[in-house]
Design a binder for this molecule. Structure first.
Ligand SMILES: [Zn+2]
Length: 241
């Protein structure tokens, strides 16, 4: 048994027992971890107030034989601007769900941690409509699942690329097309995302409203295909936003 300290984003919490909750943390150095926060559901609990989903926290954990216990927590950033905007909340909760569903417990993934914390900070400071779509594709890249977008997945041509099909793993030309149609602008935006030119990609999405929806739906569909399940946060909130 030992004590450990780490920085973490709180992905979700759920109730256990009379007054406790389990906190699912995505930590910088130890990957995804589950830990119990004892007494945290009591209204007087200082610990509980600091352990809300979306918070970026510094945690001290006591690693027991089975489950870790949270013994200390300091909030680094609670992304207040995100919490005050329904569209931002939808994007942030979808990001948290993506991380939760794409990771296994206790497997460090610093690239994914950096991606999540930077995306949340950007979302907090600005309104960046394209950020969820970009986040989906950057997650796929980190996981080694980058779709093929430079040439047709069927005949290899680089001309007239008009469709995107998750089951074949990328784009298709006019002659081979199946799946969903993709605009030239979306294709250009994906190229910027994959080459690390995120600021330019987000700039394009800010100026062309329909581009945000296109990139976001392509990204969500591709992730859902690889995860083998639907993302609940995206489904639930987009139906009434
Ligand atoms: Zn083709």
């Amino acid at each position: 048994m030992s004590s450990l300290q780490d920085i973490a984003v709180i992905l979700r919490t759920y109730r256990i027992g009379e007054a406790d909750k389990i906190v699912v943390l995505f930590t910088k150095d130890h990957g995804k971890m589950r830990a119990v926060a004892k007494g945290s559901r009591k209204t007087t609990s200082k610990l509980g107030a600091r352990l809300e989903p979306l918070g970026l926290v510094n945690v001290i954990l006591w690693q027991g034989r089975n489950l870790a216990t949270i013994t200390g927590v300091d909030v680094i950033d609670n992304f207040a601007e995100v919490r005050h905007n329904l569209d931002k909340i939808m994007m942030a909760t979808t990001m948290l769900e993506i991380i939760d569903k794409s990771t296994l417990d206790n497997q460090e993934n610093d690239d994914l941690f950096q991606l999540l914390t930077k995306a949340l900070a950007t979302l907090d400071k600005n309104f960046s409509p394209g950020i969820l779509g970009a986040f989906c594709f950057r997650t796929l890249m980190i996981e080694g699942l980058t779709p093929q977008i430079d040439n047709c997945c069927s005949c290899n041509t680089t001309e007239d690329l008009t469709a995107f099909n998750v089951t074949v793993g990328g784009v298709l030309c006019k002659n081979c097309q199946s799946g969903q149609l993709i605009s030239q602008q979306a294709l250009d935006t994906l190229k910027l995302i994959f080459s690390g030119q995120l600021a330019k990609a987000l700039h394009m999405c800010s100026h062309v409203p329909e581009l945000r929806n296109e990139i976001e739906s392509l990204g969500i569909n591709t992730l859902e295909h690889h995860l083998g399940q639907k993302l609940k946060s995206h489904l639930n909130l987009t139906t009434w936003v």
